[in-house]
Design a protein around this ligand. Structure first.
Ligand SMILES: NC(=O)c1ccc[n+]([C@@H]2O[C@H](COP(=O)([O-])OP(=O)(O)OC[C@H]3O[C@@H](n4cnc5c(N)ncnc54)[C@H](OP(=O)(O)O)[C@@H]3O)[C@@H](O)[C@H]2O)c1
Length: 279
């Protein structure tokens, strides 16, 4: 039997977040639950879902089928931007917990900033969910420097993470610097550039030279930049491979070369309701 790999923990504002989590967008139904259980068996302890993914019940089933104790896991879910008024947010979170069949999540995020309520009002509503015991920690997603500054100033509870798009084609230098200033963990979504970055010749060259896969090179680059990554895969071999990035390191020259791809500023998730992004 192949032994499970354990991801190091990134400590942020009292939360210990496993540096690799499983992204679950698109993992639904029995096959989704089975992919989630196989990830946990392989050693994943961090699972990322959202109300809008429509798979919280499947994530809950995967967790239960894994046989791993609830306390060993770090489970994140996200509240949609139109349910951020306090009573709606509390109702939405209770709905998540009932679908997941959990008493609380480890991290509750605002999925996208509200277009009608202030960052200050919505972060206070999220804090109320934490104080009710529905979440161990709170955070945000798709927040710009301006929104993050406003949320940090207004929040009654520590903000432990901002989950944002980050991959070799989108460097997020400005946002990462602001988050480091606040001591907030950067959780990279689309960490593989939604698989587009896997075919990049530079990534392929490094992978061939060091005997790793393209996905491992990119996830290691993310880790060495201090980011938590949540790659999604439906395939057990890839799921296992994406966690197995802690037994090698990229040289400084390779890190710099990969950093050089980011100037392109290519975004994958840029819906019409997105905030005015940092440049
Ligand atoms: N907060 C937000 O607004 C937000 C937005 C987008 C995403 N997210 C989160 O971030 C997670 C990840 O983002 P994502 O799924 O868009 O993109 P991603 O993780 O960058 O890439 C996923 C793609 O890469 C492929 N892949 C994964 N591992 C691979 C490997 N080792 N070798 C080859 N191909 C591999 C997957 O295919 P297979 O499945 O076929 O292996 C899939 O097509 C989501 O699932 C979700 O949890 C959050």
């Amino acid at each position: 039997m192949i032994s499970a790999v354990a991801a190091p923990l990134i400590v942020s504002q009292g939360a210990s977040i496993p540096a690799i989590g499983l992204g679950t967008y698109g993992l639904t139904g029995e096959s989704g639950a089975s992919a989630i259980a196989s990830a946990i068996t392989a050693g994943y302890r961090h699972i990322d879902t959202a109300i809008s993914y429509g798979n919280e019940a499947d994530v809950g089933e995967g967790i239960r089928n894994s046989g791993i104790a609830r306390d060993a896991l770090f489970i994140t879910t996200k509240i949609p931007s139109d349910e951020l008024e306090e009573s709606a947010l509390l109702r939405a979170t209770e709905g998540s917990l009932s679908r997941l069949k959990l008493d609380c999540v480890d991290l509750l995020l605002i999925h996208w900033p509200s277009r009608s309520l202030s960052a200050a009002a919505t972060i206070r509503a999220l804090g109320a969910a934490k104080r009710r015991g529905l979440a161990r920690h709170i955070g945000v997603s798709n927040y710009t420097v301006r929104l993050l500054d406003e949320a940090v100033a207004a929040s009654d509870e520590p903000i432990v993470a901002n989950q944002c798009e980050h991959h070799p084609y989108l460097d997020q230098t400005t946002l990462r610097a602001a988050m480091a200033r606040h001591g907030i963990a950067f959780v990279s979504y689309c960490p593989l550039g939604h698989a587009e970055a896997l075919d990049e010749p530079l990534v392929q060259d490094i992978a061939a030279r060091i005997g790793r896969s393209a996905a491992q090179v990119i996830l290691r680059w993310q880790f060495q930049k201090g980011c938590v990554s949540i790659p999604k895969s439906a395939h057990p071999i890839r799921i296992r491979q994406n966690l197995d990035i802690f037994g090698f390191a990229l040289e400084a020259g390779d890190m710099t070369a990969l950093d050089g791809l980011g100037a392109e500023g290519r975004r994958i998730c840029d819906p019409s309701f997105a905030p005015q992004w940092d440049r």
